[in-house]
Ligand binder design. Structure first.
Ligand SMILES: [Zn+2]
Length: 253
């Protein structure tokens, strides 16, 4: 059953594109399904400052995590408005990677596949193939993948990083805990949780074939996976995601 419209994602994207010459379509591809066609879209923002670090922001891999998609659109708004913190970075933004799931509020794509376990062979599915093609030849300084967790009472994050890189997860948690409870369970999905931070070093495969593992293996990029608790209302979850992203940007300065 359709509960949301992907048009409500595409329209703000088109509006943003028409309002800023710095924002452009990086890659666009039609996916045909038995229930309709969807245009996958990845956007590129070029800041006024040359050689700015590139942030790769992705959302909506899981169709039943709508605050992630709403937050990605909110970041586009900030870039169009020239927000001084956001607009100093270059961005690659994939705002809704599973439009079929998004419209139906289901985790999987039209083939019933959890796309965040399909990056071992990304060419097998149009959505993962699109993501891989979007990242080809790109140097990403920091990747942020937005998710939500319906089983969590608090915010937490996964930090995938090379062992040589200084961690930043706990500094993000310090900021988020001013506005949201943190998940302090000793373990999350079988991984040790240290006050809201689960660390995944290098190319460790214990989380399966996720996007952030693909990023680590294919383009040697660290990634933060942000998880908001779905018991809160949508706008609050969007604000939590935005606050966490903002703290990443502050830490990269
Ligand atoms: Zn998710």
């Amino acid at each position: 059953m359709i509960v949301r419209s992907y048009t409500d994602v595409i329209k703000p994207i088109e509006a943003a594109l028409s309002q800023s010459e710095r924002l452009q379509i990086w890659r666009r591809e039609e996916v045909e399904t038995a229930d309709g066609d969807y245009a996958l879209c990845c956007l590129r923002y070029t800041p006024a400052v040359p050689n700015a670090p590139l942030i790769y922001l992705s959302a909506g891999t899981h169709g039943d995590e709508p605050a992630a998609v709403a937050c990605a659109l909110r970041v586009l708004d900030k870039l169009v408005a020239g927000d001084p913190i956001f607009a100093q970075y270059a961005w690659l933004i994939s705002p809704c990677d599973n439009p079929f799931g998004y419209e139906r509020d289901v985790r999987e794509n039209e083939a019933g596949v959890d796309l965040n376990q399909a990056f071992g062979a990304p060419d097998c599915f149009p959505q993962t193939s699109f993501i891989a093609a979007s990242l080809k030849g790109v140097h990403v300084d920091m990747a942020i993948d937005l998710h939500e967790d319906c089983d969590s009472d608090g915010f937490y994050l996964w930090e995938r990083r090379p062992s040589s890189r200084t961690p930043i997860g706990h500094q993000i948690i310090q900021r988020v805990e001013r506005i949201c409870a943190i998940n302090c369970d000793p373990q999350i999905e079988g991984h040790p949780n240290e006050h809201g931070v689960i660390t995944l070093l290098d190319t460790v495969g214990s989380k399966g074939w996720t996007r952030e593992r693909y990023l680590a293996e294919s383009i040697q990029t660290g990634c933060l996976i942000l998880e908001t608790p779905m018991g809160l209302d949508l706008e609050k979850r969007v604000r939590i995601h935005l606050d966490a992203i903002r703290s990443v940007l502050d830490l990269l300065q």
